[in-house]
Design a protein around this ligand. Structure first.
Ligand SMILES: *[C@@H]1O[C@H](CO)[C@@H](O)[C@H](O)[C@H]1NC(C)=O
Ligand SMILES: *[C@@H]1O[C@H](CO)[C@@H](O)[C@H](O)[C@H]1NC(C)=O
Ligand SMILES: *[C@@H]1O[C@H](CO)[C@@H](O)[C@H](O)[C@H]1NC(C)=O
Ligand SMILES: *[C@@H]1O[C@H](CO)[C@@H](O)[C@H](O)[C@H]1NC(C)=O
Length: 681
């Protein structure tokens, strides 16, 4: 990862002194586990697993990468930013490493490697004293320290490298090996086990000069749970890009160079090769400094399938409540990973029907369906160019806002020939909406305790911001839409279904079936709804165009009559929307949902939810966590908690305004960071 070659060193024998507090006795020694590819190491420090790529050898002739002689050791690299290093300065650095990084720990203090940003540097007596107290075994110094090194005596050996500093070597935890010609070393990844089964696999950047990634492909031996390799956060402290070192998971429909995009289908995977190019949406986050740690599970081809429909892939385990709640779909792996793992910062997903917002709702995290067209979906397994969108899950509203504002850059907006919608007609000044519309035909939430949470939220919003709540009726407002004539909910849904299936058949279904037949002599294995859908094209090109045309005219009317701009406010109001179950548990097991105290996320036979409106009109709909309610679990047979969320809908193109509004709510403490794990709050 970091091309470092340090040539030739001279060792200065350390003089043993009495160690005051022998920290080294408590320190776990490196235990080598297995060597993977060429020179890749799996090792343990205590009960924590790590991985490192092959060492950047110090020697012209790379020595053996194996650890047969047991000479690999963990160490910590510190960049001295001043000429004289004191004990308290080292203490501050070591403390900060421990507090702000989960990869670094005490075990890496077996040795410390100091480099310096100046030409000459020295450690004073307090530094030597402190290093003795830490109980390090080896002090390794770069050439800058050479002049002063002969004066150092401590309870450790002192090694001075005779080469110049490696300017590109980041600070943080490493493993290395001392060789005749110098210090060979590698960055390390901590391995986290994916207990919630959210990931397809871990990935890590290929260090072969391409911009690609490699599949990690290391699973627990007892049970095949993927290990996710996570680099030290400290490595990015010298990187000034806005998202440097932020860890991302990516839904496995986005291409990542070097990795096969599974799209949740074993049959699709069998006929696919590794992606040659990373999807521009994902390249954008890499360019901003983000680190991708794995690809996450999705339903087959990002369908809306509930957990009991999943066939090729075991559906992720929603960590909330009793651990048996639905993870929903399709961006289930991404939402689950964010809800479960505090070592993960962001997860990318997509939303065509409900696929960001519903997983966000059941996981109790932030996530959005942006305005139609805000992010290119080139290099992403498509469903429908008219309705596909990309979003991001996060636990922290500020982090979520920061990434959303940076990621959706106008350079990556979709061409309007894809969305079929008119240009965004903002911006309209900096004002924030003064009205929140409460849809009387879709609220209150079914569970009274959840409605109390929503009412508490609304009271705080009106108390803190210059905003009032107004009753609103979707059905009535559709009736009044002057264009196109006779527009109603049934028409909205039937047009959506045409858009949701037409292109997917042509771009995915038809080629999959043909290639699979050609290579494997049978119809591909598909989950029930997909199996039927990929047999034939149910609509003509003319019907598809007509659906898009009605949608465009309806969206134009909607943006003039329902959610419109004023001279200084992009979206005059915000509409509330429940994408979930109104505070009742939706389990991952079908039968459990057929009871008055539970609910399906998409109740069979019901004609649409308010979650369908933004896929149709192209508006932005953000799911935000508000609180939690208790329910009596059919699995654990006791009370458990589940998250309560609400959707905030604004006019298409008013994403930045809605982000400003959400930021205000975070500033006054109405929206909060949620926790990872069983309870969001
Ligand atoms: C090393 O220590 C000696 C004696 O304490 C001192 O005179 C000398 O200046 C020191 N040298 C360096 C380079 O610090
Ligand atoms: C990737 O590149 C190879 C070699 O140029 C090519 O054969 C293959 O079709 C490309 N794959 C994709 C998905 O573009
Ligand atoms: C909403 O409007 C529809 C159509 O005008 C009407 O039938 C319905 O009763 C209204 N719903 C409520 C809760 O007011
Ligand atoms: C539903 O919940 C209520 C209140 O907890 C309980 O009294 C009732 O027995 C439950 N009904 C079923 C069918 O589980």
């Amino acid at each position: 990862m970091f091309p470092v070659r340090l040539l030739a060193f001279s060792a200065v024998a350390g003089v043993a002194i009495t160690v005051l507090a022998d920290q080294s006795a408590k320190r776990n020694a490196l235990k080598h586990v297995v060597t993977k590819g060429v020179g890749e190491h799996f090792f343990q420090l205590g009960d924590i697993n790590y991985f490192s790529e092959s060492l950047n050898s110090a020697c012209e002739q790379a020595a053996s990468d194996s650890d047969a002689d047991g000479s690999l050791f963990p160490f910590t690299h510190i960049i001295a930013d001043r000429p004289v290093i004191t004990g308290s300065c080292i203490e501050d650095i070591v403390t900060r490493y421990g507090q702000e990084d989960d990869v670094f720990n005490e075990d890496f203090l077996q040795a410390i490697f100091f480099t310096s940003s100046s030409n000459t540097a020295s450690l004073d007596a307090s530094a030597i004293q402190y290093l003795s107290t830490l109980g390090i075994s080896d002090l390794i110094l770069s050439k800058a320290f050479a002049d002063h090194a002969s004066n150092i005596t401590g309870s450790f050996s002192v090694i001075v490298l005779s080469t110049a500093n490696a300017a590109s070597l980041p600070p943080g935890p490493f493993i290395g090996k001392l060789e005749e010609c110098g210090l060979s070393m590698s960055t390390v990844y901590r391995l986290y086990t994916d207990h919630q089964r959210a990931f397809v696999d871990g990935v890590y950047p290929a260090s072969d000069g391409t911009r690609g990634h490699k599949s990690f492909g290391f699973f627990n031996p007892e049970w095949p749970l993927p290990s996710i390799p996570v680099p030290s956060r400290i490595y990015s402290w010298t990187d000034d890009r806005p998202l440097a070192g932020q860890r991302f998971a990516v839904k496995d429909i986005f291409n990542l160079q070097g990795i096969i995009t599974t799209s949740g289908s074993a049959s699709w995977t069998r006929i696919s090769g590794p992606a040659n190019v990373t999807a521009p949406a994902i390249q954008r986050l890499l360019d901003l400094g983000g680190v991708i740690v794995g690809k996450t599970k999705t339903t087959q081809f990002a369908s809306a399938a509930e957990p009991w429909i999943w066939d090729d892939v075991y559906p992720p385990l929603n960590p909330r409540g009793d651990g048996w709640l639905s993870c929903s779909g399709s961006s289930a792996g991404s939402a689950t990973a964010i809800a479960a793992y505090d070592w993960l910062d962001y997860a990318i997903g997509s939303d065509t029907g409900t696929s960001m917002r519903r997983p966000a709702a059941v996981a109790g995290v932030y996530g959005q369906r942006p305005s139609q067209g805000r992010m290119t979906l080139e290099g992403v397994t498509p469903i429908s160019h008219s309705t596909d969108t990309a979003g991001v899950f996060c636990r922290d509203p500020y982090k979520w806002l920061k990434f959303s504002r940076l990621w959706y850059t106008p350079a990556l907006y979709q061409d309007r020939s894809l969305t079929g919608l008119p240009a965004y007609d903002g911006p309209h000044g900096q004002g924030l909406p003064k009205k929140i519309l409460y849809p009387v035909d879709y609220l209150p939430l079914k569970h009274p305790a959840a409605e109390d949470v929503l009412q508490g939220f609304l009271a705080k919003v009106t108390g803190a911001l210059d905003t009032e709540i107004e009753q609103f009726n979707w059905t009535a407002s559709f009736e009044k839409l002057s264009q196109p004539a006779d527009f109603d909910l049934a028409r909205l849904l039937s047009n959506l279904v045409v858009m949701w299936t037409y292109e997917q058949y042509q771009l995915v279904g038809e080629p999959l079936v043909a290639m699979y037949e050609a290579h494997h002599g049978s119809y591909p294995r598909l989950e029930p709804p997909m199996r039927d859908r990929f047999r034939s094209l149910d609509y003509s090109a003319a019907e598809h165009e007509a659906a898009r045309d009605i949608r465009r005219r309806a969206a134009e009317a909607f943006e003039q009559q329902v959610l419109y701009s004023t001279s200084d406010i992009c979206s005059e109001s915000i509409v509330l929307s429940d994408i979930s179950t109104g505070g009742l548990p939706a389990y991952r097991e079908e039968k459990m949902n057929m009871s008055p105290n539970a609910s399906f996320l998409a109740p069979p036979g019901t004609a649409g939810t308010s979650g369908d409106f933004c896929p149709f009109f192209g508006c932005i709909d953000v799911t935000v966590p508000l609180g939690q309610v208790t329910y009596w679990s059919k699995k654990t047979l006791r009370e458990e908690t589940m998250p309560v969320t609400i959707g905030l809908i604004a006019k298409r193109g008013c994403d930045l305004m809605l982000y400003d509004f959400i930021e205000k709510l975070a500033d006054v403490g109405v929206l909060k960071t949620v926790k990872a794990g069983v309870q969001a709050f």
